[in-house]
Design a protein around this ligand. Structure first.
Ligand code: SAH
Ligand code: F3S
Length: 441
């Protein structure tokens, strides 16, 4: 039996988006599958799942329920489930969805071609959710960009074991890609027109890729080397942990102008008591002191964070510490989530004792506070001249679209040949996360 069209739905983080793009690449290569946005057209349906919070997990079975109807009409359709729920649940997914054909984890997506063959030939369920170290990257086709920015995975997994988090269990422990593999991938992307790379991993500042001579490197050195690749004008990295936000990394903000003045450094809570229950390994003061040193080098750097609201035991005082910290740091656009107990994590044995309506009130207050500071940062940019990487034509009008270093969507008039260039834009107006500006010269 032959298959020709692939449809993928992706839930969760940027890492999952990245993995989905690699699934498309491998199946294009092996089975000449073409991508369709329309699930009803597809013969192969893949779901890339997320298990970071409860809701993310429920979405899986909702979606599978819909796809089941397609399969009742056409039994030849192949349905696959990948990502972190697949990794955690494995064949238990079949208890609720016995019509699934393939179950694969974040580290085995390169084995999809064989798994698809098995499903097509024998119609038996094919399951592989193992962690074969970093083998995945050795089996992926050459990267292809479709724009001026690209993600490049530099490490997989996480060994921090924050007490609330499933990632170490679903993606495995930290493994870094060798330095030259990363450099080679960025070089290829740059030759295809990529100007901005986002170095990706669950905890990128623990990056320890080896050189060809077997020497250790760190993220700061990698950033230095990537900045020297022809065509690379901007470097971002996602995401990092405060403990390993080292002096060498802080110094990279001094040495590497390509490193953007925007940093996502999740703190989760402003209360030392809660930080310790989360096993984050640092205090609020230690976090603030790193930010202070960074702002000495880059006074205007924009800082964003993730926050967990209503962690077990969080009282009014703990919550106020979080609010005060948000005001003190003046965080830019950030993410906040109500705590969700995850099976198998240490925190799942702590009593989840904050009432739901209190959690909701606290979440609303945090989000309002962050929205206000985001808005005031945007407003403070009016009149300034910003470096904008021009990405494309705007969707709705004749304008060009690009982003500032602190990720503001920016619209302005200009000719198409500016796409792919960094231009100076004077900001005229600001609303929420969007700016309107005009070209300077
Ligand atoms: N190192 C990754 C962490 C991935 S999880 C990163 O920093 O991006 C992304 C965010 O999800 C975390 O920073 C945390 O704020 C949130 N999160 C993780 N586990 C959670 C849980 N059990 N409940 C609520 N939010 C959670
Ligand atoms: Fe999760 Fe903590 Fe790692 S949030 S991804 S265990 S740094």
């Amino acid at each position: 039996m032959s298959v020709s069209k692939l449809h993928i739905r992706t839930f969760g983080c940027q890492m999952n988006e990245y993995d989905s793009s690699k699934m498309i690449d491998v199946l294009k290569n092996s089975h000449n599958l073409s991508l369709t946005d329309n699930a009803t057209d597809a013969d192969v349906l893949l779901l890339n799942t997320c298990s970071i919070r409860e809701k993310a997990q429920e979405k899986l079975f909702h979606q599978l329920g819909r796809w089941r109807k397609f399969k009742e009409k056409n039994p030849n359709i192949v349905i696959g489930v990948g990502g972190c729920v697949a990794s955690q649940e494995g064949e238990m997914i079949l208890d609720r969805a016995p019509y699934v054909d393939i179950i694969f984890g974040p580290q085995t997506l390169h084995r999809l071609p064989n798994m698809l063959n098995d499903a097509l030939n024998s119609r038996e369920v094919s399951i592989d959710v193992s962690f074969p170290e970093i083998e995945k990257f050795d089996h992926l086709p050459e990267p292809k960009s479709n724009g001026v920015t690209a993600f490049v995975s530099i490490m997989e997994g996480c060994s921090k074991y924050c007490t609330f988090c499933v990632v170490p269990y679903t993606r495995g422990e930290e493994v870094s890609r060798p330095l030259n593999d990363v450099v080679e991938e960025v070089t290829i992307l740059a030759s295809q027109g990529v100007r901005e790379v986002n170095l990706l991993g669950q905890n990128v500042n623990s990056y320890r890729g080896l050189t060809d001579d077997g020497l250790d490197t760190d993220l700061a050195l990698l950033i230095n080397i990537v900045s020297q690749i022809d065509g690379i004008d901007r470097i971002r990295f996602t995401t990092s942990h405060p403990v390993e936000f080292s002096d060498s990394l802080i110094n990279a903000y001094n040495d590497v102008p390509e490193l953007v003045s925007h940093l996502h450094l999740p703190i989760q809570s402003g209360s030392d008591r809660i930080l310790s229950l989360m096993k984050r390994g640092h205090t609020a003061l230690e976090y603030k002191s790193k930010i202070r040193r960074l702002r000495k080098i880059r006074p205007n750097i924009s800082i964003s964070s993730d926050f967990i609201i209503g962690f077990p035991g969080e009282n009014d005082e703990d919550f106020n510490d979080t609010l005060n910290l948000i005001n003190e740091i003046n965080f830019d656009k950030s993410f906040s989530f109500i705590y969700s107990s995850r099976p198998g994590t240490p925190a799942s044995s702590y009593p989840d004792d904050v009432e739901l309506n209190i959690k909701k009130q606290r979440l609303a207050l945090v989000q309002k506070t962050i929205d206000e500071s985001t808005e005031s940062i945007s407003k403070s940019m009016i009149g300034s001249i910003q470096k904008v990487l021009v990405e494309s034509k705007a969707r709705k009008d004749d304008n060009l679209y690009g982003r500032t270093e602190n990720m503001r969507n920016t619209h302005f008039r200009g000719s198409d040949n500016l796409i792919g260039k960094i231009v100076d834009i004077k900001i005229l107006n600001a609303r929420g996360n969007s700016l309107i500006g005009e070209l300077v010269n």
